[in-house]
Design a binder for this molecule. Sequence first.
Ligand code: UDP
Ligand code: MG
Length: 338
Amino acid sequence: MTSLSIVVPCFNEEACLGTLHQRLSAAARESAGDDYEIVLVNDGSRDGSWAIMQQIAASDPHVVAINLSRNHGHQLALTAGLDLCRGDHVLIIDADLQDPPELLGGMLECMRLNNADVVYGVRKSRTGETAFKRATAHGFYRLLSRATDVDIPLDAGDFRLMSRRALDTLMAMPEQARFIRGMVAWIGFKQLPIAYDRAERFAGETKYPLGKMIRFALDALTGFSSAPLKLASHAGMALSAGSLLLIAYIAYAWAVGRNVPGWTSLMLIVVIVGAVQMFVLALMGEYIGRLYNESKRRPLYIVQEIAGNGGRPPRLGYVAEATAKSDSPGGSGTRPIK
Ligand code: UDP
Ligand code: MG
């Protein structure tokens, strides 16, 4: 068993990889001596990332590079790395060096001194991100914390250090729609924050365009809260109460023989009721779609090949047989999940 694993999901990060490797190696060596591994997960990059990762893995025995069969998305790429890493302690970090690897020593120290299972980074400041990104992130974390019972830390990303016990618990959760920072909060144990300043992206641009951000937010909300469903039933109840009043008024108008032309009010009602119904249906759809996805029980990720010497048997994914090169016990061959 390795004492430390650093897991990095990478999507089109060719410009970051060299510096990333240097800074991660330096930080790891300082804390763990020679006993560490760096797990780079290539999430179907369309640039030269995989070629660079293979080079790095060939030149440094500490590096394991995992090539997924296509772009699976940030959270699933991270899942693949977490599933296959072997460390007693596991650091999750982004490839763009927005989170400083140099914090590792402090995180390990904090974990040891307090006997904690998770030490997560909380952003004191975020430089180099658009006002839109900061505002939506701010609003999102607060909305999420009101909508759910789980204490999901505000302003924390996936940058965190976890014990093997916490990681194994996380990996026992098989869901497809993964909001990892929330799932980690959910498992409990002692979890402590450590504050840091979030830097600018080292190179390249954000891999989270608006569409991905919205999907991510919906996964978080639907995964951790059924408050939106309650919203639907509250809206339904309010509308029903409103229509009772309306029926009373219509009856009264009929009784006193007052025939209002009433086109405007009629149209308003039709439009509003229609809109609310659509909204409620859409809400149901979000949950039903996810139920459907989960019910298929597909592997969460597909590994096309692994460069470097690493990998436990996957629990949540699938490693294709022909190219899985690994000399760890149980680390080769076709390994369909349970
Ligand atoms: N990422 C990934 N797959 C994706 C999108 C992003 O593996 O489909 C990785 C990306 O390479 C980076 C991390 O997820 O290491 C966070 O992405 P990014 O820094 O672009 O997000 P931001 O910091 O802008 O929220
Ligand atoms: Mg980033």
